[in-house]
Design a protein around this ligand. Structure first.
Ligand code: 76B
Ligand code: MG
Length: 214
C-alpha cells in the first residue's frame, strides 16, 4: 500500500540511525535524500551554515517556522544549551507526526516543543502560552509567501528585540522576494546572505541572515 515520502524518510532514520545520536539521524536523512529521493530538508550544506549561526548566537530562545520532518529541528536542538527554550511550528499534521518521531529518535524530545497549526495563528499566542518574552533566534523555513507577514507579525507581538537574529531559507528557490526587498530597505535590520545551494542539488540558493539593530 502507498507509503508517503515522509514515512520513507522516517523508516530510513529508524533503520540507519542510532537512537539518541542526533548526528546519525542527520546523516541518515541526508543519505536517503541524496541517494534515493529529494525532500525539502534544509540539507547538509545549508545545515552547516545554520549550525554556525546557532553556535554563534548561542540562543536561550529559538523559534523555527516550518518543521517538516524535523531535520533542521534536530540540527538546532543538538546545539542548544540545556536551559534553552525551542519552539517549532508545523502546519501539516502528517509532517508533524513524522517530525515528532524523528526528534524522539534523536533523543531530543525534551529540548523541543513542536506545535501544530498555522504560524499566523500561533505567533500572537506564544508569549502567554510558552512564557517567552523575545526570541534570540528565528529560523524561517515555512511557507515562503508568509515570511514577510510573519516577520511583521512577530514585530507587532513584541517577540523580537535589538540583537535578535532571523535566518531565512529559500529566499531564491522557491523564493521570498517581498521579504528580501522589505528587510533590505528597512533601517531596523542589518542583513547579509550566505551563498549555498538548494538542498541535494547544484541550484544556487542563499541563507538570508538578518540582525535586528534598532
Ligand atoms: C507554522 C506553519 C508551517 C508551515 C510549513 N511547514 N512546513 C512547510 C514547508 C515549507 N517549505 C517549503 O515549501 C520548501 C520548499 C522547497 C522547494 C520545493 C520545490 C522545489 F522545486 C524547490 C524547492 C525547498 C525548501 O527548502 C522548503 O523549505 N511549511 C506553513 C504555515 N505555517
Ligand atoms: Mg527550506
Amino acid at each position: 500500500q502507498f507509503v508517503s515520502l515522509r514515512q520513507r524518510i522516517l523508516s530510513a532514520v529508524q533503520k540507519n540511525a542510532t537512537r539518541g545520536d542526533p548526528r546519525s539521524v542527520i546523516r541518515a536523512i541526508d543519505q536517503f535524500c541524496s541517494q534515493k529521493e529529494w525532500a525539502m530538508n534544509v540539507g547538509n550544506e545549508k545545515g552547516c551554515i545554520l549550525d554556525s549561526v546557532v553556535s554563534e548566537v548561542n540562543p536561550a530562545t529559538v523559534l523555527e517556522l516550518g518543521t517538516y520532518c524535523g531535520y533542521s529541528t534536530v540540527r538546532i536542538a543538538s546545539l542548544l544549551p540545556p536551559y534553552a527554550k525551542f519552539i517549532t511550528l508545523e502546519f501539516n499534521p502528517d509532517f508533524a507526526a513524522v517530525a515528532r518521531q524523528v526528534i524522539a529518535w534523536a533523543g531530543l524530545e525534551d529540548k523541543v516543543q513542536l506545535v501544530e497549526g498555522a504560524s499566523s495563528d500561533w505567533i500572537p499566542k506564544i508569549k502567554e502560552q510558552f512564557g517567552i518574552k523575545t526570541f534570540d533566534l528565528v529560523f524561517l523555513d515555512h511557507w515562503k509567501e508568509h515570511y514577510l507577514s510573519d516577520t511583521k507579525l512577530m514585530e507587532e507581538c513584541g517577540l523580537l528585540r535589538k540583537g535578535s537574529v532571523l535566518l531565512a531559507d529559500n529566499v531564491i528557490c522557491p523564493g521570498a522576494p517581498d521579504y528580501v526587498e522589505y528587510v533590505r530597505s528597512s533601517p531596523r535590520y542589518k542583513s547579509h546572505y550566505f551563498r549555498s545551494h538548494l538542498e541535494y542539488t547544484k541550484a544556487e540558493e542563499n541563507l538570508w541572515y538578518l540582525g535586528i539593530i534598532e
